[in-house]
Design a protein around this ligand. Structure first.
Ligand code: UDP
Ligand code: MG
Length: 337
């Protein structure tokens, strides 16, 4: 059997940074040690890099990256023209890095994720896994609020039919071919955690402890967190639209029950004139309107799926490789014609 094992994969670490001057010098120091050790131990190629993506920071983040690059060529930087948001900055780094590497690991700048498991990521990649998800063992370092909101978020997403890896954020390894396919997803509303499982291939999980932020403040205040969760749901699920139809249908059925109640009241003579017809109309028309809205929504949902233009399938293997001779034949055939 032909061995497909890559002996020294070229690794690029991608780190999105937004106003991270407080933590960046430490992050750079620690990442250099880790990558240099991996190179020395022959676990990764000497051409591996650490790529910082400055997401339009207003502090000295870019200066720090530039200075680090001058003293160590392991460190590279990409500066976005303005703040594009965590997911976009990450995508920029990933799609840039894929052309210069065999695998890419994305990690936050704030040292919350345990960098010690990077080696395990690489080992799994060498064993043939295309995606290695970093999964937090527990959420004990989170505040009660963050923990419970995060858990309800995963539950809600699941009920809406969105496939997410539980307790996994954006700390993961991806192979070059996964990133090539990620580039085929043209959507503008990015929710990478939902997209990667859609791609497929062999995946595995590595468990780690998540620390508190080393320095600086979270760039995800509640408002951004809610917007992120809402984006996640509306980018992956048309269930909210279906809910409109369901409520409309229930109201429509209910209007018949109400009608019976109203007619009984009318027969008993306990109603004022005009009340019965008015009541029945309100429920009946209300139900019909919601059903109609839901129906329109169903089409909008379909349009939404179409405009995203996601790939419908991804081919993993192919035995139908054109041999050189065969290609030659085709060329000749074309010229004769
Ligand atoms: N980040 C970014 N652009 C933004 C917000 C955040 O690139 O607009 C980066 C940030 O520098 C960090 C990562 O995304 O490296 C995750 O952000 P943070 O640690 O603040 O999020 P939390 O861990 O609190 O959810
Ligand atoms: Mg963080």
């Amino acid at each position: 059997m032909k061995s497909t094992q890559i002996i020294e994969p070229k690794l690029i670490l991608v780190i999105p940074c937004y106003n991270e001057e407080d933590v960046l010098p430490e992050t750079i120091k620690r990442l250099i040690i880790i990558v240099e050790n991996l190179i020395e131990a022959n676990k990764i190629s000497i051409n591996s890099k650490i790529l910082f993506v400055d997401d339009g920071s207003r502090d000295s983040t870019w200066k720090i990256i530039e200075t680090a690059n001058k003293s160590n060529t392991l460190i590279q930087g990409l500066k976005l023209a303005k703040n594009a948001g965590h997911q976009n900055a990450l995508l920029a780094g990933l799609l840039y890095a894929k052309d210069y590497s065999d695998c890419v690991i994305s990690v936050d700048a704030d040292l919350q994720d345990d960098l010690g498991v990077i080696e395990e990521f690489i080992e799994n990649f060498k064993m043939g896994y295309d995606v290695v998800y970093g999964v937090r063992k527990s959420r004990s370092t989170d505040t009660f609020f963050k923990r419970s909101t995060a858990q309800s978020f995963y539950r809600l997403m699941k009920s809406m039919g969105v496939n997410l890896i539980y307790n996994h954020a954006d700390y993961r390894l991806m192979s070059k071919r996964v990133l090539d396919h990620l580039g085929e997803y043209k959507e503008v509303n990015l929710f990478l955690r939902g997209l990667i499982p859609l791609i497929g291939f062999k995946t595995t999980e590595v468990y780690y402890d998540r620390n508190e932020r080393f320095a600086g403040e979270s760039k995800y205040p509640l408002k951004k967190m809610l917007a992120f969760a809402f984006d996640g749901i509306t980018s992956f699920s048309v269930t909210p639209i279906r809910l409109i139809s369901a409520v409309g249908f229930l109201m429509f059925i209910f209007s018949f029950v109400i009608a019976v109640y109203i007619i009984i009241n009318k027969l008993l003579g306990t109603t004022t004139s005009g009340w019965s017809s008015l009541m029945i109309s309100i429920w009946f028309i209300g139900g019909i309107q919601l059903v109609a809205l839901g129906l329109i929504g169903e089409y909008i949902g379909k349009i939404y799926k179409e405009v995203k233009g996601r790939p419908k399938y991804i081919i993993e293997k192919n035995t139908f490789a054109f041999s050189e001779a065969y290609e030659q034949d085709i060329k000749q055939f074309v010229t004769i014609k």
